[in-house]
Design a binder for this molecule. Structure first.
Ligand code: GLA
Length: 381
């Protein structure tokens, strides 16, 4: 790696760091709520930023992992409730991860046998789930400290430079994520990245939603619609087989709303392999812009969440690995299926499936994706 190849990334990173310092010393705290969340084991300070819109919707974002620590949205009576799982204290996020609320990178979901070939070179990744690499490896983007720069009281920019070779991935990768709480009760996430060497990339956020409120039982009665005619069946290691299967006539058909629990106990082989839903759905899209991927409704609270994305797919995961050993915010016990994840993404294991949409990023290109979680209430405007 030559200095000249590295230079543009270094300049970007230094500039980002300088702006961070400047704003943290000035008026950022006055416009964006900011407090110390904790210290990493190596003594670095972790900050928590609060973004708020004119209607009172609020998101708390941690610089560790870029975690959405809490997300407060109104129910049908206008009462704010926190709809994401997480921890009150920073220390909770240092425990082995269910990845609550975190930014996921470099590669969302799994890469089979923790390796891939790019430009004829075999890259070996950190194995952190059996033989596979999950969510970026042992120290993915969920476990690093991001540099924060508040853009205004509704937007926060987080930046991270992932060095060439980190977790086995090629290229110095400069990543920026902007979280915005809009006045339409949306949480908007913009992901941007640049590399100085050919690489692969698949960024997402791993929030666990329960629209009744975090810790308020399971999500089996939530109604889900997924704008997907097909999904990618998996093997027993949850790696896509390569088949694109039609959802028609299967428990994976959410093209009309269904309660999540309605078919989750089915004898369908794919449901059994996932221990419930843990699958990548291929979105029906028209064009490359933001398009509706999913809609979730919860009748007791009246809350509705719609997910829009520029990504080609979404991982629908029903918290099958949660097992009541985790005590989360306000001491709530998080049992099996006490939340759902809708992770917008490219398909898992794409680098090993040339027929899947490409996840390659090359020098000179800019990776840019956007996902919006929009909240409303039944009968609302
Ligand atoms: C993703 C995966 C699941 C599980 C969770 C984290 O959603 O698809 O299999 O690993 O992350 O626990």
């Amino acid at each position: 790696m030559t200095y000249s190849a590295l230079r543009p990334l270094l300049i970007l990173t230094i500039a980002a760091a300088m702006t961070t310092n400047a704003s943290s010393g000035n008026d950022a705290g006055a416009t964006t709520g900011r407090r110390e969340f904790g210290k990493t084991p190596s003594g670095e300070t972790v900050e928590l930023y609060t973004l708020k819109n004119a209607k009172g919707m609020e998101a708390d974002i941690s610089t560790y992992g870029g975690v959405i620590v809490s997300l407060k949205v109104p129910d049908r009576a206008g009462a704010l409730g926190d709809v994401v799982l997480g921890f009150d204290d920073f220390q909770g996020y240092l425990l082995p991860p269910p990845y609550f609320g975190a930014l996921i990178g470099r590669y969302g979901n799994r890469i089979g046998h923790a390796r891939f070939t790019l430009d004829g070179v075999v890259y070996t990744l950190a194995k952190n789930e059996g033989d596979n690499s999950l969510h970026g490896g042992k120290r993915g983007f969920d476990k690093v400290l991001w540099h924060a720069r508040p853009l205004n009281h509704q937007s926060l920019e987080l930046a991270y430079l992932s060095k060439d070779g980190e977790e086995g991935y090629p290229g110095n990768l400069s990543v920026t994520v902007v979280y915005t709480v809009t006045d339409h009760n949306e949480l908007k996430i913009d992901y941007t990245a640049k590399t100085d060497k050919d690489t692969v990339l698949n960024l997402t956020n791993h929030s666990y939603f329960n629209l009744a409120g975090q810790g308020q039982g399971d999500i089996l009665a939530h109604q889900l619609t997924l704008n997907a005619d097909r999904y990618t069946p998996v093997d027993k290691g949850l790696i896509p087989t390569g088949e694109l299967r039609n959802v028609a006539g299967t428990p994976f058909d959410f093209r009309q709303p269904h309660a999540i629990g309605e078919r989750i106990g089915s004898s369908d082989e794919q449901i059994k392999l996932g221990g419930g839903y843990d699958h990548n759905f291929i979105l029906n899209r028209s064009g490359g812009g933001l398009s509706l991927a999913a809609k979730v409704t919860e009748s007791a609270s009246g809350r509705i969440m719609e997910v829009f994305t520029t990504e080609p797919a979404i991982q629908f995961y029903t918290g099958n690995f949660l097992d009541s050993t985790i005590h989360g915010k306000s001491g709530k016990v998080y049992g099996r299926r006490s939340a759902l994840c809708l992770e917008t993404q490219h398909y898992p294991d794409s680098p090993n499936h040339p027929s899947f949409p490409s996840t390659e990023l090359r020098p000179g290109e800019t990776y840019h994706t956007t996902t919006v979680y929009r909240f409303a209430v039944e009968g609302g405007l």
